[in-house]
Design a protein around this ligand. Structure first.
Ligand code: NDP
Length: 257
């Protein structure tokens, strides 16, 4: 099979089930010939992933557990990836976490623990992953994370996660500067709302989707395959001149006042 990513080893982090944005990304990367390495946190996610891979005929190079809130887990996961895959060309960071109780009501009521948990899982995790991946990305490459408009604007109920995404997007810029000299690019995709397990935690999610359908220039929501293809573009050499960027894949919703 010939593709844009033939012979490239790409890590995909954050698939919980068939609705996960990470799964849409994995399918787009696979279609371009990438050799895929998967990380998961919960055993339940591993079971779902293994089933999805078997059903889709995708043969992973490696599947390894990685809890991004735990330095030892990151070290063990990337140690195994280095030992078994050698060079890594791409990393997809498609994960975030916040306590459901913090994703509703007023941001002013955010707890210290809730704030730190969201920041650590959703923003610092990209920094930790970039640090662990850097020594394996000896041929240069591309790191792509997933963000949301709530980083730039106040979106009702997104609260603590919006602030974590703002830190994530700023981290994309600082990491892009640090890693650019090694030929490693760092970018984010800012997807419109997509019904996933993580999205279930945000109060009023249906209203957000309805607003996009009504107001976005394309008058519809986006899906995992569209985010998957845009992420694949940022992983591939087609985007070789792009780093530190946040690419909106949201049917144009972000341009509307
Ligand atoms: P999913 O629930 O499908 O995926 C979230 C993933 O995050 C899960 O695989 C989960 O693993 C993983 N995760 C959470 N905490 C940790 C951790 N400490 N260590 C390792 N993995 C962890 O939701 P999405 O696909 O929606 O989310 C993917 C990304 O896309 C997130 O960054 C999200 O904020 C972003 N995004 C989502 C949008 C949407 O509307 N859905 C819109 C814009 C951005 P496990 O279940 O095994 O714990």
């Amino acid at each position: 099979m010939s593709g844009l990513l033939n012979g490239q080893n790409v890590i995909v982090m954050g698939i919980a089930n068939e609705r996960s944005i990470g799964w849409g990304i994995a399918k787009s990367l696979h279609a371009q010939g990438a050799r895929l390495i998967f990380t998961y946190r919960k055993e339940r996610s591993y079971e779902k992933l293994a089933k999805l891979l078997a059903e889709s005929g995708i043969d992973p190079l490696l599947t390894v557990q990685c809890d991004v809130s735990d330095d030892a887990s990151i070290e063990a996961a990337f140690g195994r990836i280095g030992a078994e895959a050698g060079v890594v060309h791409g990393v997809v960071h498609s994960l975030a976490f916040a306590d459901k109780d913090e994703l509703g009501g007023e941001y002013v009521d955010t707890s210290r623990e809730g704030y730190l948990l969201a920041q650590e899982s959703s923003a610092f995790s990209l920094v930790a992953v970039a640090k662990a991946a850097k020594p394996l990305m000896t041929a240069g490459g591309s790191i792509v994370t997933q963000t949301y408009l709530g980083a730039e604007r106040v979106m009702r109920n997104y609260n603590v996660m919006g602030v974590a995404k703002a830190a994530l997007e700023a981290s994309v810029r600082y990491l892009a500067e640090d890693l650019g000299k090694y030929g490693i690019r760092v970018n984010a995709v800012s997807a419109g709302p997509i019904r996933t397990l993580a999205a279930k935690g945000v109060s009023g999610f249906n209203d957000i989707m309805n607003t996009v359908e009504e107001k976005a220039p394309l008058r519809r929501n986006v899906d995992q395959s569209e985010v998957g293809d845009a992420t694949m573009f940022l992983i591939s050499g087609l985007s070789r001149g792009i780093t530190g960027e946040v690419l909106h894949v949201d049917a144009g919703f972000h341009i509307i006042a």
